[in-house]
Design a protein around this ligand. Structure first.
Ligand SMILES: [Zn+2]
Ligand SMILES: [Zn+2]
Length: 475
């Protein structure tokens, strides 16, 4: 029924690819996405969208609406890059600028796929085929600081009926796996400096506190659920061995499948930090950077999206794409694939093996990993707790390509990524139109949502009054 709107994406492919390539080239990291967000905003304004800029105290966060009244359908966009991954769109390692950021998670595609989606829905509103509001959420800093959590906190999703999103991957499927809830926190210790050899008795080492805290945390590992993950890096360990460090800090991630499990582990970790401060006569300061929930998808929205996914089908890669993929595959380790095979039920094993042995995924596969949790975290989770939401994956990468890699930067800037992005835009369009045409489906999704939230509800993972962590940015 809405074929002409998926065709709209095809007719406007050059324009969308051009925007995506520009954002790929800007490659700006979280909360610094000035050019990327400005480009998206100007494109949205050209199409007549009303844009609210600098929302939730973040200059690069925005949302853009078109149409009026209910339902309000949100499509989520991201556009932040990752540090150090600069790479040309070539199958061999070739940084465009040594050490500079790159789109290793394909968020240039994610953001512009979503843009194509809202533009095509706008056409349907203009044609009076559907009524309601289509909204693009410009969500910065997915990789680092749970910007979506701040946007949820600011009440920006309060009138949203349905949320849709996607992510570039190496498979084409509905995403059914949850993601880990996380707290990202810096523990900073303040001690007293002294000449390390001359008057060590006058020093109180902040680095000692960091080390003792890490030892405590490593002992705690023995007594936590096996699905939990704790990792840290020392972000300041002092200046020189002959100066007792009066300042030191360590950055922790605490992750677990459920929010309450993270909170429990985090409380225990805080006690360990306090203990380390007590042992070393230093002062502890906690800098809470961000936290997210685990993802909870809505079955009703998932069903609609899965139908559209199968209707549109996989991206159509050509011989040149395949050639590029084969070259790039020489640089891809094989163990990601093995991890996926663990998720495959026995009746799908033959199909899975056939798909995973190809350089590119050319069919839509049944969702893998139902009931399981992805060993990573995303701030899409927080939106999934306040609106009915579904997410799908489209092949924009070569088979088994590791996440956050230069290999993904390469495909995000050439025709493999472009084709995936346009496919995603069509699926987002058709899914949004389905909900706009059929308000009963929206009611059904909300009934399911209320049922799912009966036992546990969303509470912001941030301490009261927390501001986005601009103080942690390097520039
Ligand atoms: Zn990522
Ligand atoms: Zn990502």
């Amino acid at each position: 029924m809405f074929d002409k709107y998926s065709k709209w994406i095809e007719t406007h492919r050059e324009r969308l690819i051009n925007i995506s390539d520009k954002i790929w080239g800007y490659a700006e990291i979280g909360l610094e996405e000035e050019k990327s967000s400005a480009l998206l905003i100007s494109e949205l304004e050209q199409e007549g969208f009303i844009v609210e800029k600098g929302v939730a105290a973040m200059p690069t966060a925005f949302y853009a609406s078109y149409g009026e009244g209910k339902p309000v359908i949100a499509i989520l966009g991201e556009y932040d890059a990752l540090p150090g991954l600069s790479q040309d769109s070539t199958p061999d390692r070739k940084p465009l600028e040594e050490g500079a950021p790159g789109h290793g998670c394909g968020h240039n595609l994610l953001g512009v796929g979503a843009l194509g989606g809202v533009f095509a829905v706008k056409q349907a509103i203009d044609d009076n085929e559907v009524s309601g509001t289509i909204r693009y959420y410009g969500c910065p800093a997915e990789e680092s600081f749970n910007a979506k959590g701040y946007m949820v906190n600011a009440g920006l999703f309060e009138d949203v009926d349905i949320s849709l999103t996607w992510h570039p991957g190496f498979l084409n499927m509905l995403n059914v796996m949850s993601a880990l809830s996380v707290n990202s926190v810096i523990f900073k210790f303040h001690g007293k400096t002294a000449h390390a050899a001359g008057d060590p008795q006058n020093g109180r080492s902040a680095l000692d506190a960091v080390e003792l805290m890490n030892i405590g945390a490593n002992y705690m590992r023995e007594h936590m659920i096996s699905e939990a993950r704790i990792h840290y890096v020392i972000t300041n360990g002092g200046k020189a061995p002959n100066i007792v460090p009066d300042e030191a800090e360590v950055w922790y991630f605490v992750r677990a499948p459920k929010r309450h499990q993270v909170e429990n582990l985090y409380e225990r970790l805080k006690k360990i930090a306090q203990g380390a401060a007590l042992m070393t006569e230093t002062e502890l300061e906690i800098d809470f950077l961000s936290g997210t929930f685990n993802t909870e998808y809505n079955k009703v929205v998932q069903d609609v999206v899965n139908k559209k996914l199968n209707e549109i089908g996989a991206p159509k890669f050509n011989a040149a794409d395949k050639k590029f993929a084969k070259e790039l595959l020489k640089n891809v380790p094989s163990d990601t694939i093995e991890g996926y095979l663990n998720l495959v039920p026995p009746d799908l094993m033959d199909l899975a093996k056939a798909v995973l042995s190809q350089p590119l995924n050319k069919i839509i596969i049944p969702p893998l990993g139902e009931g399981k949790t992805l060993p990573g975290s995303t701030d899409v989770a927080d939106v999934s707790w306040v609106t009915p939401l579904a997410e799908f994956l489209i092949a924009c990468e070569v088979m088994g390509s590791p996440g956050h890699s230069w290999q993904n930067v390469a495909t995000s800037g050439m025709s493999i990524g472009h084709k995936g992005m346009l496919t995603a835009a069509k699926i987002l369009t058709l899914s949004a139109l389905e909900f706009m045409k059929n308000p009963k489906l929206v009611d059904k999704a909300w009934k399911q949502f209320k049922k799912d939230r009966k036992e546990s509800q969303y509470r912001s993972p941030f301490p009261e009054g927390l501001q986005p962590p601009f103080h942690r940015l390097k520039n």
